[in-house]
Design a protein around this ligand. Structure first.
Ligand SMILES: [Zn+2]
Length: 396
C-alpha cells in the first residue's frame, strides 16, 4: 500500500507503536487499515478528500502522471488471482487487474480490502470507476483514500466480454460456468519458502465432469462453496487434461447469471439404496438428539459411564438427531442428521450449552420447516430406506 510505505519511511519502527496506540484509542474497533488512514492524515502523508479531487482521465494519460493521483473509468479485461503476503509481520493481500479504456490498457493494483472488492464484485468486462489512485511506475495503485465503484459502461469503452464455453470444450484462458459436484479438503503446501493452499473440486455441466484444481486465494474462495453451488471461472489454465484455477484465473463463487440447469430435487419414492441425491423435505417431527458411544475396535456400544470399552478399545462419540420428514408428494421417511449436519440444523455454534438443551429449544421452531438438502438413502438394518443428511443447503 502506498501510504504504508511512505509512513514506514517517515516513522520507521515507531509506526507499529502508533498503529496500536490508535487502535487502543478506538477500543480495538479500528482495523489496521483504518489506523493507517488516520496516521496518514496526522502525518500529512495524505490529504482528506484527495480521492475525490481529481477528474476522470483517459487511462493512457493517467498512467503517464508518475507519483500523482488519478481517477479513471475503465473496463475489466482480467482479474488475476490475489496473493497473500506476510512481510515483517505485515499481513495483507494484493491483486492485479488488467483494465482498459479507449486510450489504451493498463494495470490496477488493488490492496487489502480493495482485494475483497475485486474478488466479490468484479467480473470480466465489469466497468469500474476508480478514484484517487496513486500512479507508481506505470501502474495505478489503490490506497487508503482511493475509492472503487461499479458503473454502467458508457458508450466507447472496449468490450472484453467473451462467451463462456462448455466443460467439454474448455481451452486455455477460456471462461465457463460449472456446478460443484464434489469438494475435497483444503491442504497447505510450501514451495520456495512460500506457503499456499490447494483444493480439488470436481465440477460438472451437461457436457460432463472435470477436476478443477484451485490454488492460493482461489482455493480459499472455492472452500466457501458447497456441493451443488455454481461457480464461474475466468481465464482457466490447463495442465495434463486437468483444469487449474491458477494465478491467472479469477474464480467467482455463487455465480448468478449462469446458463446451467437448476438443481434437481428428487422425490423420496425415486431414491434407490446407496444413492446420494438432493432432496427437498419438510421436517414433520424431531424425535431426539443423542450422543452414541461406540467402540472403535469391536464396534460395540459403550456405556456412558465408561471411558473405554471392555475390550480395551477407545470410544467414538457421535452426536445425532433423528427426524421424520415428508417430501412434496407427501411421502414420509426417517431422516438422520449426524455431527456437523445436526449442529447446523439446530444452529449450534461453539457453546457451553449441551446440544440436547438447544435441541429442546429449537425443536418446536424446526417442526414444519422445509429444507433443501443433499442426502444418502440407506437401508436401515435390512429394512426400510432412511436418509442420512450430507449437507443442508437452505432453511426456508
Ligand atoms: Zn470394544
Amino acid at each position: 500500500m502506498v501510504e504504508e510505505g511512505l509512513l514506514k519511511e517517515k516513522l520507521g519502527d515507531s509506526l507499529e507503536a502508533k498503529i496500536s496506540e490508535k487502535q487502543k484509542a478506538f477500543s480495538g474497533l479500528l482495523t489496521r487499515e483504518g489506523a493507517l488512514k488516520l496516521i496518514a492524515l496526522d502525518e500529512g502523508v495524505a490529504k482528506r478528500g484527495q480521492a475525490k479531487a481529481s477528474e476522470i482521465l483517459p487511462l493512457a494519460q493517467a498512467l503517464s502522471q508518475n507519483d500523482a493521483f488519478a481517477s479513471v473509468l475503465v473496463r475489466v479485461k482480467q482479474v488475476y488471482c490475489a496473493r497473500e503476503f506476510d512481510k515483517e509481520g505485515r499481513k495483507g493481500k494484493v491483486c492485479n487487474v488488467a483494465v482498459g479504456d479507449s486510450s489504451g490498457e493498463g494495470k490496477l493494483v488493488l490492496w487489502n480490502s480493495d482485494v475483497d472488492f475485486a474478488e466479490r464484485k468484479l467480473e470480466r468486462n465489469s466497468c469500474v470507476k476508480a478514484e484517487g489512485l496513486a500512479v507508481k511506475n506505470g501502474e495505478l495503485h489503490s490506497n487508503l483514500f482511493s475509492s472503487l465503484s461499479l458503473e454502467t459502461a458508457p458508450f466507447g469503452l472496449p468490450d472484453y466480454g467473451t462467451a463462456t464455453v462448455k466443460l467439454s470444450d474448455v481451452g486455455e484462458g477460456r471462461d465457463f460456468y460449472a456446478r460443484v459436484s464434489s469438494k475435497g479438503v483444503m491442504r497447505e503446501f510450501e514451495r520456495n519458502g512460500d506457503k499456499g493452499n490447494v483444493l480439488n473440486l470436481v465440477v460438472e455441466d451437461d457436457s460432463g465432469q472435470k477436476t478443477l484444481v484451485c490454488w492460493g486465494r482461489n482455493a480459499v474462495i472455492a472452500n466457501f462453496l458447497k456441493e451443488g453451488d455454481v461457480l464461474k471461472a475466468e481465464g482457466i489454465a490447463l495442465k495434463n487434461g486437468e483444469l487449474h484455477a491458477s494465478w491467472m484465473t479469477h474464480l467467482i463463487a455463487h455465480a448468478k447469471k449462469h446458463n446451467l440447469k437448476e438443481l434437481e430435487f428428487k422425490p423420496f419414492a425415486s431414491l434407490a439404496a446407496n444413492e446420494t441425491a438432493f432432496v427437498q423435505a419438510t421436517l414433520e417431527k424431531l424425535f431426539e438428539a443423542r450422543v452414541s458411544r461406540k467402540c472403535l475396535s469391536c464396534g460395540g456400544v459403550v456405556d456412558g459411564e465408561k471411558e473405554k470399552c471392555d475390550c480395551g478399545g477407545s470410544v467414538r462419540e457421535t452426536f445425532f438427531i433423528t427426524t421424520q420428514a415428508k417430501d412434496e408428494a407427501g411421502r414420509q421417511m426417517r431422516m438422520v442428521f449426524f455431527e456437523d449436519q445436526a449442529r447446523e440444523l439446530i444452529g449450534l455454534k461453539r457453546t457451553f450449552v449441551s446440544p440436547q438443551t438447544i435441541f429442546g429449544l429449537k425443536r418446536e421452531f424446526l417442526e414444519g420447516k422445509t429444507l433443501k438438502m443433499k442426502a444418502l438413502a440407506q437401508q436401515r438394518n435390512g429394512g426400510a430406506l432412511e436418509l442420512v443428511v450430507k449437507q443442508i443447503r437452505s432453511h426456508s
